[in-house]
Design a protein around this ligand. Structure first.
Ligand SMILES: Cc1cc2nc3c(=O)[nH]c(=O)nc-3n(C[C@H](O)[C@H](O)[C@H](O)COP(=O)(O)OP(=O)(O)OC[C@H]3O[C@@H](n4cnc5c(N)ncnc54)[C@H](O)[C@@H]3O)c2cc1C
Length: 293
C-alpha cells in the first residue's frame, strides 16, 4: 500500500490556515491506490476526509483522528475530449479553467473566483454568479472502499451547496460538459468576474469562503451578520471581515476555536434579532460543534 504520513498539520492544507494534525495522511496517485487506501481505512474503522484546496474547511485545533487524503498524479490530471473536460478530482479550478480556455471551451468561467478543486466543487456543488457545478457536470467517478462507480449529475443529487455524496466517498474524476466559445470572450468574462469579486470580498485575506449559507428570505447571511453589528468584530485572531460579513479572516494567529466562537456569536445574535437560524456552509473536520441556539 502507499505510504502513510502521520501527524501532518492540516493548517498547511486549509486556506484559513488553522487546524491540528491528521492522524494519517495519504497521497494516492491512481484510482487503484485510492481504492486500496480506502479499503485499509475501512478495515481500521477510520473516518476518511479528502482535502482539495481546503478552501471551505475548518479543522479542529486538536486535529482529525482519521485518514486525510490529498489526491495527486492521475487524480489531478486534466484532458480535453471534444467539448468535455475530464478533470481529476484533485485538479484545481484554476487549472481546469485554464485548460478549458486554451481549448476554446466555455462554461466554467463562473468558477474562476472559486479557489477549490473539481472534487471539492462536486461535494459542495460550488457555485457563483447564478451557475454551479450542477449546471456543468456530466458525471463523476466516485471511489470508496468497495470500488469505483460513475454517478451521473442526477445521481450526485445536487442542491444548493449540497450533493448526496456519502461521507468517505472520494471524487476521483469529473466530466464537465462545456461548449465552444471564443478564447477572448472567455478571458473577458473571467476578468469581469474577478474584478467584481475583488470589490466585494476579502480576496487577499486568509478565509474559508462563505461561513454560512444564505437563509431563505430577502437578505444574505452577510447582510444579517452586519445588521447585528458584528462586521469587523474580532475574537482572538479571527475577524469578521470588514469587507463582507459572511467571511472570517485569519488576522494573524487565529485558531479554529476563535472562528467557532465568532460563528456562535453571529448565530446567537442573528437568531435573537431576526429569528433566523444560520446554517454553516464551511465543512467541519474533527469534533467541531456550534453550541445549540
Ligand atoms: C476567497 C474564497 C471565495 C470563495 N467563493 C466561493 C463561491 O463563490 N462559491 C462557492 O460555492 N464556494 C466558494 N468558496 C468556498 C470553496 O472554494 C468551495 O466550496 C470549493 O468548492 C471547495 O473546494 P476544495 O477543493 O477547496 O474543498 P475543501 O475545502 O478541501 O473540502 C470541502 C469539502 O469537500 C470534500 N472534498 C474535497 N475534495 C473532495 C473529493 N475529491 N471527493 C469528495 N469530497 C471532497 C471535503 O472532504 C470537504 O467535506 C470560496 C472560498 C474562498 C476561500
Amino acid at each position: 500500500m502507499i505510504a502513510l504520513e502521520e501527524g501532518v498539520p492540516l493548517s498547511r492544507f486549509t486556506t484559513i490556515g488553522t487546524g491540528g494534525p491528521a492522524r494519517y495522511l495519504a497521497r494516492p496517485a491512481t484510482v487503484e491506490e485510492l481504492r486500496e487506501v480506502l479499503a485499509w481505512a475501512a478495515a481500521e474503522e477510520l473516518p476518511v476526509a479528502p482535502i482539495g484546496l481546503g478552501s471551505n474547511l475548518l479543522v479542529h485545533d486538536d486535529g482529525f483522528d482519521g485518514l486525510a487524503l490529498k489526491l495527486t498524479g492521475d487524480l489531478v490530471a486534466i484532458a480535453v475530449e471534444g467539448t468535455t473536460l475530464v478533470a481529476g478530482g484533485g485538479a484545481t479550478n484554476a487549472v481546469c479553467l485554464h485548460r478549458a480556455r486554451d481549448a476554446g471551451l466555455g462554461g466554467l468561467e463562473f468558477a474562476s473566483a472559486i479557489p477549490g478543486t473539481a472534487g471539492g466543487g462536486t461535494r459542495m456543488n460550488a457555485g457563483a454568479y447564478g451557475r454551479d457545478w450542477a449546471t456543468v457536470v456530466l458525471d463523476a467517478d466516485v471511489v470508496d472502499a468497495t470500488g469505483m462507480r460513475t454517478l451521473t449529475a442526477q445521481e450526485l443529487g445536487f442542491a444548493y451547496r449540497h450533493s448526496e455524496l456519502r461521507p468517505g466517498a472520494v471524487v476521483a474524476r469529473v466530466r464537465f460538459a462545456l461548449e465552444p466559445r471564443p478564447v477572448d470572450e472567455i478571458k473577458a468574462r473571467v476578468a469581469d468576474l474577478l474584478a467584481a469579486r475583488k470589490s466585494s470580498q476579502p480576496t487577499t485575506k486568509r478565509t474559508f469562503g462563505s461561513v454560512f449559507v444564505n437563509p431563505d428570505g430577502e437578505r444574505g447571511a452577510g447582510a444579517l451578520i452586519e445588521s447585528v453589528g458584528l462586521k469587523g468584530h474580532q475574537i482572538g485572531g479571527a475577524l469578521i471581515s470588514p469587507v463582507h460579513a459572511n467571511f472570517i479572516e485569519n488576522a494573524g494567529d487565529a485558531t479554529s476555536a476563535d472562528a467557532i466562537a465568532l460563528m456562535a456569536e453571529a448565530r446567537r445574535r442573528v437568531y435573537a434579532e431576526h429569528g433566523l437560524e444560520l446554517r454553516h456552509e464551511v465543512r467541519f473536520l474533527g469534533p467541531l460543534l456550534l453550541p445549540p441556539l
